[in-house]
Design a protein around this ligand. Structure first.
Ligand code: HEC
Length: 135
């Protein structure tokens, strides 16, 4: 009996580790869905601008979104450091911005930044050959 419990423990530990190495399916995605999707989606405009590909992009660069003047003038580029400060306290990074939200838990910020980074590194592309020849 004991032995089986132990084996189950090891197996679920491995699953957790695997998840940690794959942010697009790991904790970052869950935290993102819990904390960000009330205002953001990955690909469409909601209360906030879409966030797919945000990592490495300049702030306020999504064409059709009505950004605050403050964010437009910020001249920031989103990377680990700027996202960390933005999620900790947007107001101290860009006074008068429009994102009324903060994340106080460092591990949640780290997980989300990893997730956003992964989404930027691997842009969603149709499998080769698909969606061609229809234009
Ligand atoms: C209460 C609504 C709300 C929540 C919740 C929220 N945001 Fe935002 N977010 C906004 C708004 C509004 C803006 C536009 C800010 C501006 O124009 O000043 C924004 C802007 C941003 C930007 C800058 C986008 C760009 O194109 O420069 C990032 C990055 C961002 N949010 C990340 C997040 C993440 C990650 C979360 C979850 C942890 C989150 N936001 C949660 C409303 C929200």
């Amino acid at each position: 009996m004991r032995r089986i419990q132990f084996a189950v423990m090891i197996a679920s530990g491995l699953v957790a580790l695997w998840g940690a190495g794959n942010p697009a399916s790991g904790p970052g995605r869950e935290v993102f869905e819990k904390r960000c999707t009330g205002c953001h989606s990955l690909d469409g405009v909601k209360v906030g601008p879409p966030l797919r590909g945000i990592f490495g992009r300049r702030a306020a660069a999504y064409g059709s979104f009505p950004y605050s003047a403050a964010l437009q003038k910020s001249a920031l580029t989103w990377n680990e450091a700027t996202l960390e400060r933005w999620l900790t306290d947007p107001e101290s990074l860009v006074p008068d911005n429009d994102m009324a939200f903060r994340m106080s838990r460092a591990e949640e910020r780290t997980a989300i930044i990893e997730y956003l980074k992964q989404l930027s590194e691997k842009p969603a592309r149709p499998p080769s050959g698909a969606a061609r020849g229809n234009r």
